[in-house]
Design a protein around this ligand. Structure first.
Ligand code: ADP
Ligand code: MG
Length: 391
């Protein structure tokens, strides 16, 4: 699908309404991580360099259509000014006047969009009011693109629209990974439960050449083969589903890779006594908490031959050592191959990003998506309304 970028628009003398995600963590009124603000710098700078004025639109928290003073963007404005190195004016009324009086390098930050019930309802009236403040709409909030809201969907149909730098970078990376990827493509899907990732698995088996299933989800697949998984996290009621996914994979020529050895323990805690056994040898009173070295060796072998990797979900209970071993080792392998230019690697998901950071591998991945829900829906093959509206 085609979308315009900042390069396709003429910003000279124009006001750009820029949808951003600055939903940063705040503790005791202090912004504790400015990453999300840092990532909008290229878009803001670019528009200003091209002679445009920037009006930022954003949400914060879940105020559900009501004014909740703790969720006012007034609290975030100083951090935005600080990070952008520009004067930032927060406005919560008389928007039209504020826009009319804007200085060239001044950035306006509109109040939390979600204070207005029209935002989450994708209300055309609210979108029209927003659209009346600017000439061009720029969406730089990929992480909000899976929601059809007034500031992500309806507004894009009212103004000339394009993707911001961050959005374009994210879409480009994702397109490379699953849209028109270089083959072979490997997907690693791990995490706790099959039930939360059914759509994901269903989409991937039709698109990738090898699908590694790890984490708690693998237990469900093992159990579906009649293997006793002891006290492991396992969704026994999804045995049929697991078998269906395997059949679909087989028909599509996708190799399903399950653990070839498992690390079992009797307690779910750091440093718990553990042993590595064959996949069908989990003791009745133990649980599978990680994949073993033989599994990692095989995953490494597959990665060596692959051109593209998409990854969501850790291979084991990575929060508690030593059950982070398989995740760390596979991540290190992917990072090494990516760094050497042999693999395009894209990963996303809250716990996945944490696990890859913990493994020290994140920096060498080709692209790490911090978009959470939007990344997952994209991996599930769903059309993202905020992206579709830019087309
Ligand atoms: P993401 O947030 O990246 O999408 P998930 O939330 O699906 O990932 O999965 C992460 C969780 O899966 C972690 O909390 C991890 O401890 C858990 N997990 C992985 N393997 C196992 C396992 N064998 N047993 C229990 N929990 C597991
Ligand atoms: Mg998670």
């Amino acid at each position: 699908m085609a979308w315009k970028t900042l390069d396709d628009m003429d910003f000279a003398g124009k006001r750009a309404l820029v949808r951003v995600d600055i939903n940063v963590p705040v503790e005791n009124g202090v912004v504790t991580d400015t990453t999300r603000i840092e990532r909008i710098i290229p878009t803001v700078d670019d528009i200003q360099e091209k002679g445009g004025k920037v009006i930022l639109m954003a949400h914060f928290g879940r105020p559900k259509g009501q004014v909740v003073s703790e969720m006012s963007l007034e609290h975030i404005a100083p951090a935005v000014a600080d990070v952008l190195g520009l004067p930032v004016t927060w406005v919560n009324s008389d928007y039209a006047d504020a826009v009319a009086e804007m200085e060239d390098d001044e950035v306006l930050l509109l109040e939390n969009l979600r204070f207005n019930p029209g935002e989450e309802k994708n209300d055309t009236g609210f979108a029209k009011r927003l659209a009346s403040l600017g000439d061009i709409y720029v969406n730089d909030a990929f992480s909000a693109a899976h929601r059809a809201h007034a500031s992500t969907e309806a507004i894009a149909r009212l103004l000339p629209s394009c993707a911001g730098r961050l959005m374009a970078e994210e879409l480009g990376a994702l397109e490379k990974a699953l849209g028109t990827p270089e083959r072979p493509v490997v997907a690693v899907v791990g995490g706790a439960k099959v039930s939360t990732k059914l759509d994901l698995l269903g989409n991937l088996v039709g698109k990738v050449d090898h699908l590694v299933i790890g984490g708690g989800m693998a237990n469900t697949f093992l159990a579906a083969q009649g293997i006793n998984v002891g006290k492991s996290l396992c969704e026994h009621d999804l045995a049929d589903t697991a078998r269906d996914i395997r059949a679909k994979a087989e028909a599509a020529g996708c190799e399903i890779i399950l653990p070839r050895d498992i690390v079992v323990a009797r307690e779910f805690k750091a440093g718990a006594a553990n042993e590595t056994v064959a996949p069908d040898a989990c003791p009745a009173d133990a649980m599978i908490l990680d994949a073993g070295p033989a599994t990692v060796a095989y995953i490494s072998e597959v990665l060596e031959k692959a051109k593209t990797l998409v990854w969501n979900g850790p291979l084991g209970a990575f929060e508690i050592a030593p059950f982070d071993a398989a995740t760390n080792a596979a991540a290190a392998k992917a990072a090494e191959l990516s760094k050497a230019g042999k693999l395009i690697s894209v990963a996303g998901g809250g716990d996945t990003v944490a696990a890859l950071n913990q493994a020290g591998a994140a920096d060498d991945f080709t692209y790490i998506s911090t978009a959470g829900g939007a990344f997952l829906e994209w991996m599930e093959g769903k059309e993202l309304p905020g992206v579709a509206a830019l087309g």
